[in-house]
Design a protein around this ligand. Structure first.
Ligand SMILES: Cc1cc2nc3c(=O)[nH]c(=O)nc-3n(C[C@H](O)[C@H](O)[C@H](O)COP(=O)(O)OP(=O)(O)OC[C@H]3O[C@@H](n4cnc5c(N)ncnc54)[C@H](O)[C@@H]3O)c2cc1C
Length: 327
C-alpha cells in the first residue's frame, strides 16, 4: 500500500500541465501541434501575435482582407503539394496562372494556394479547432526553464507558467532559456513590405516577380488570391531592401509600367507598409542547459523544409475532411 501511495505521490509531483507546448504558429508549428495531439499528447500552442501563421499569415491591408504577409515562392515540389491538398485541404493552383491548375511545364514560379497563404493557415486552424489543443494568441512565451533531472520544462508567460515534458520551437522564435549562464543575444530581423492598391482594369499580368526597380527585392500581385480580379483594382506587394524604400510607391509603380507589368494608365489608390520582425533562437543553448530531448527545434529555413516532416506527420494525421468530421 505504501509503495502505491509513494507511486501516486511520485506521479503527481511529476505531472505536467501539458505533454507538449509549441511556441509559435507558422505552418511548421501548427502541423507539429496536430501531429503531437493525434499521437495522444496534451498540447498547447503559444503565439505572441494576434494572428497565427508567422511569416505565412494573412493580414488586412489597404482595406483588403487576408492578403499575404509579403511575397512568397514555394517551388515545384509535388510531394509537398499532394500533402497539403490531402492533409490541409488546400486548393493548389499555378503561381503564374492562378486561375489554372498547376502544370510544371507552364508555371516557372511553381504552385501556390488558390486564396494565398491565408488559405493554409485558415484550414490548419480549423483542424486545431476540431481538437482539444489549447491555442493562446497574444501570449508571448518569455522564458523556458529546463529541469534536466526531472526532464520537464516550465514556460513563463505574462499571465502564468506551464509545465511540460516537451517544448517545440522554431529557429525564428525568440525566447530566453533558463538558467541563463551565457548572454542570449536574440537579434531580430526586420522584413519590409509596401502594399499598393492600384486602379488598373486590365487582367493582372504577373503573380510573382523579381525586383524590377531599385530598392525592391521581389513583388507579388495578390489580386487573384484576394478576389480582386474583375473589380478594376489590383493589390501589389513589394518586398523592399530597407525602410527608406517604403515611401517609394510611385517609383515602384513607374517601374512596373515600364516593364509592362501593369497598365500604363494605372494609378495608386492607397498604400500601406508592413514590417515583419522575426527572432533568432539560439539553438546551442539547449545543449548547454541539458535540454536535449526536452526542447526540440523544427528546421524551418524554407517552406519546402516541411517535406522533411511529411513521413512522420502522415503516419498519424488524418486526411483533412476526415479530421474535421472526427476529432
Ligand atoms: C517575410 C518572410 C518571407 C518568407 N518567404 C519565404 C518564401 O517565399 N519561401 C520560402 O520557402 N520561405 C520563406 N520564408 C522562410 C520562412 O521563414 C519559413 O518558411 C517559415 O515561416 C519559418 O517558420 P518559423 O516558425 O521559423 O518562423 P515564423 O514564420 O517567423 O514564425 C514564428 C512565429 O513564432 C511567434 N513567436 C516568436 N517568438 C515567440 C514567443 N517567444 N512566444 C510566442 N510566439 C512567438 C511569431 O509571432 C511567429 O508567429 C520567409 C520568411 C519571412 C520572414
Amino acid at each position: 500500500m505504501r509503495y502505491i501511495l509513494l507511486l501516486i505521490l511520485h506521479i503527481t509531483l511529476l505531472a505536467t500541465d501539458y505533454d507538449c507546448i509549441v511556441v509559435g504558429s507558422s505552418p511548421f508549428s501548427l502541423f507539429e501541434a496536430l501531429y503531437q495531439y493525434h499521437s495522444g499528447n496534451r498540447v498547447m500552442i503559444l503565439e505572441e501575435a494576434a494572428e497565427c501563421g508567422g511569416a505565412w499569415k494573412g493580414i488586412n491591408v489597404c482595406g483588403i482582407m487576408h492578403a499575404d504577409l509579403g511575397c512568397h515562392q514555394i517551388g515545384h515540389d509535388t510531394t509537398l503539394k499532394a500533402f497539403l491538398e490531402k492533409y490541409a485541404g488546400c486548393k493548389i493552383v499555378s503561381m503564374d496562372h492562378p486561375n489554372q491548375a498547376f502544370d510544371s511545364t507552364k508555371s516557372p514560379n511553381g504552385w501556390y494556394f488558390s486564396r494565398g497563404c491565408y488559405e493554409l493557415i485558415e484550414n490548419l486552424l480549423k483542424l486545431i479547432s476540431a481538437t482539444d489543443i489549447t491555442l493562446l494568441n497574444n501570449t508571448r512565451a518569455d522564458n523556458v526553464s529546463i529541469d534536466a533531472n526531472q526532464k520537464i520544462a516550465t514556460i513563463q508567460t505574462k499571465n502564468g507558467s506551464y509545465t511540460t515534458k516537451k517544448v517545440i520551437v522554431t529557429p525564428m522564435v525568440s525566447i530566453n532559456v533558463q538558467p541563463a549562464n551565457q548572454p542570449q543575444n536574440y537579434g531580430k530581423s526586420k522584413h519590409y513590405h509596401l502594399y499598393m492598391l492600384i486602379q488598373d482594369p486590365t487582367t493582372p499580368r504577373f503573380s510573382y516577380h523579381g525586383g524590377v526597380v531599385s530598392g525592391a527585392s521581389r513583388m507579388m500581385n495578390l489580386s487573384h488570391f484576394v478576389g480582386l480580379v474583375g473589380t478594376g483594382r489590383q493589390l501589389i506587394v513589394v518586398q523592399t531592401y530597407n525602410e527608406q524604400y517604403l515611401s517609394s510607391a510611385q517609383t515602384f509603380l513607374d517601374g512596373l509600367k515600364k516593364s509592362n507589368l501593369v497598365d500604363k494608365g494605372a494609378y495608386i489608390l492607397e498604400t500601406q507598409s508592413y514590417i515583419y520582425e522575426s527572432g533568432a533562437f539560439h539553438q546551442g543553448l539547449i545543449h548547454n542547459m541539458g535540454g536535449q530531448g526536452i526542447v526540440e527545434v523544427l528546421q524551418t529555413g524554407h517552406f519546402q523544409s516541411l517535406s522533411t516532416y511529411i513521413p512522420k506527420w502522415q503516419m498519424v494525421l488524418k486526411p483533412y475532411q476526415d479530421a474535421l468530421r472526427t476529432p
